[in-house]
Ligand binder design. Structure first.
Ligand SMILES: Cc1ncc(COP(=O)(O)O)c(C=O)c1O
Length: 361
């Protein structure tokens, strides 16, 4: 099998699994308990908090563990107020909860980038809360969040960024980005599913909890913690930090190889080519060929890719991201997303190219 769908989810790293195991077996204490098993669990969470904070260059106290990227985004948006603005290419876990605020939607250009004049025009409208993703899950396009945040911060505007796809693939510093809230997810960095965090600068922004109860996670997220998953997230974060440069180099060399091969096909269009992108993501289309059909054919040959946003798989609607970029409905339907991992090999890229060759000319 060739797994090229790492933006949908990554396999669990063996070392992460090993770290999680004891917390699914003998270390079953509730971290709120005062006895030794409780204290072991509590201390494991705090270690994980440090590991996650180190990966994203934040303070441990700024890390609020959640059930994933979706909850982190919902928690951030639940804390929005006044005039809310989001970009046209946000993940549904931002755009859906934002609907409660009747948000203004800001446009991206043909490459999927928000242009600086769009931000200048936005500031004139005096928004209160802005949410713009750091890297897009479909195109891999990276927005200039630190520049945008600097301009918004000057006006006292709160900014949240969904960094779920960026973390573990590029260097992400919460401090340097200058945002007040940032969402991250464990299963995109070889950790377990159902775990994530919202990183919050509490000196600037106030968080409105979604879940009330026992007051866990500094009162921001009640509910007995998913210890094993949190411990795994911590371990995955530690590994991602230690191996980031090597992983990036590996992914980028595979992506370059794939793109160079794809560029030789007369019918292939590579989307967002001119923009700065994640080192692992390639979104392309083959003229006149339905992306969903290619996906199914590849699946029969043991190759896993996505035809758009994996989070909305099963949905046959064309990608809202490509439509927002001004790509025609017809061309958007051709989209195929390859999202690589450092665990992939050049041989897999070559096999993939061979399999799609009949469609590409
Ligand atoms: C950009 C982005 N944000 C948020 C999420 C949701 O994260 P989770 O699956 O951890 O809920 C995803 C998942 O694909 C994503 O790609």
């Amino acid at each position: 099998m060739i797994y090229f769908d790492n933006n949908a989810t990554t396999p669990l790293d063996e070392r992460v699994f090993e770290a999680m195991l004891p917390f699914m077996k003998m270390m079953y204490g509730n971290p709120s308990s005062v006895h030794r098993l409780g204290r072991i669990a509590k201390s494991a969470i705090e270690t994980a908090r440090e590991q996650v904070s180190e990966l994203v260059d934040a303070q441990p106290s700024q890390v609020i563990f959640t059930s994933g990227g979706t909850e982190a985004n919902n928690l951030a948006i639940n804390s929005a107020f006044g005039r809310v603005v989001i970009s046209a290419v946000e993940h549904p876990s931002v755009s859906e909860p934002a609907k409660h605020y009747n948000p203004e939607i800001i446009a991206v250009n043909r490459d999927g980038l928000i242009e600086s004049q769009t931000i200048t025009a936005l500031i004139e409208k005096r928004p209160d809360f802005v949410s713009i993703m750091l890297a897009n899950n479909e195109t891999g396009v990276i927005q200039s969040i630190s520049d945008i945040a600097a301009q918004l911060n000057e006006q006292g505007i709160i900014i949240h960024t969904d960094a779920v796809q960026a973390v573990g693939k590029i260097h992400v510093s919460f401090k340097k980005l200058g945002v007040q809230m940032m969402s991250v997810s464990s299963h995109k960095i070889y950790g377990a599913k159902g775990c994530g965090a919202l990183i919050v600068d509490k000196s600037v922004s106030s968080v409105s909890p979604l879940l009330l109860g026992g007051g866990q996670e500094q009162n921001y997220r009640s509910g007995t913690e998913n210890i094993a998953a949190i411990v795994g997230f911590g371990k995955a974060a530690e590994l991602a930090k230690a191996e980031l440069d090597a992983r990036q180099t590996r992914m980028l060399s595979l992506r370059t190889m794939l793109e160079n091969k794809l560029a030789q096909f007369s019918k292939v269009t590579l989307f967002s080519q001119a923009a700065l992108r994640l080192p692992n993501t390639v979104l392309f289309g083959i003229d006149g060929v339905d992306g969903e059909m290619v996906l199914l054919k590849l699946d029969q040959r043991g190759v896993c890719v996505s035809s758009g946003s994996a989070c909305s798989s099963g949905e046959t609607e064309p990608s809202h991201v490509l439509l927002a970029m001004g790509i025609s409905l017809q061309q958007a339907k051709t989209a195929i997303r390859v999202s690589l991992s450092h665990q992939n090999t050049p041989a897999e890229v070559l096999e993939f190219i061979e399999l799609i060759t009949p469609f590409g000319f």
